[in-house]
Design a protein around this ligand. Structure first.
Ligand code: 5GP
Length: 218
């Protein structure tokens, strides 16, 4: 298990956490995730497996692990996925092994997954989970952001707009909700949540030994 060294040079062994960011598509979740990963070297992204076709610019193994349905079903049968769900018309799932290794090693993992996957993680590992729901500031802004991507067809965009309203109903299942008005402020809010959650007592598995040493005058 890794140790965190704070500014005073104190080392404290802790368990990693699972930070989930969910939102209707177009609310800014992917950009926030990328920026957080840039700013914080103690968290890494969980690369999901998906049956969805690769979009232009996406890299296999970096954005997603792109697999066919047979391979995806095999991963489910072998219990290699921590959670999985059908989102829109495709299947998505989180490979289990890298997440378990990171948490045990004291490293945090970031998940860009939907509410179905978040519910499954909550059932399996509530204590390790910190979930944040990102909302767009308005429907007009959501529409603008979906169009500015220019990758998806008009039909796909309309479908996503229609489903966004449904997806938003899940906001109350999350630990935190951020309305993404200002990108930089939203990233800083996520960083604040992460910083505080890292300090939660049950995650500081090195505390007991630390206090024992303190009491012994060491
Ligand atoms: P996109 O196809 O636009 O990359 O993602 C569509 C939706 O699938 C997003 O809401 C994203 O968060 C969700 N998603 C991506 N990977 C996973 C995953 O591994 N599990 C679940 N449950 N949802 C995922």
């Amino acid at each position: 298990m890794a140790s965190d060294t704070d500014k005073e040079g104190l080392e404290m062994t802790r368990r990693g956490l699972m930070l989930v960011l969910s939102s209707p598509s177009g609310a800014g979740k992917t950009s926030i995730s990328r920026e957080l990963l840039e700013r914080d070297d103690k968290i890494s992204l969980s690369i999901s497996a998906t049956t969805r076709p690769r979009r232009p610019g996406e890299v296999d193994g970096e954005d997603y692990k792109f697999v066919d349905k047979t391979t995806f079903d095999l991963m489910i049968n072998r219990q290699e996925l921590l959670e999985h769900a059908k989102v829109f018309d495709h299947y998505y799932g989180t490979p289990r092994a890298p997440v378990e290794q990171s948490l045990a090693g004291g490293r945090d993992v970031l998940f860009d997954i939907d509410w179905q996957g978040t519910q499954q993680l909550a059932e399996k590992a509530r204590g390790d989970l910190v979930s944040i729901f990102i909302l767009p500031p308005s429907t007009v802004e959501l529409d603008r952001r979906l169009h500015s991507r220019a990758q998806d067809s008009e039909a796909v965009i309309s479908e996503r707009m229609a489903r966004a309203a449904d997806e938003m109903t899940h906001w109350s299942e999350y630990d935190y909700v951020i309305v993404n008005v200002d990108f930089d402020k939203s990233v800083r809010k996520v960083q604040s949540i992460l910083e505080a959650e890292r300090l939660k007592r049950p995650r500081l598995v090195g505390l007991s030994d630390f206090v024992t040493r303190l009491r012994q005058g060491q």
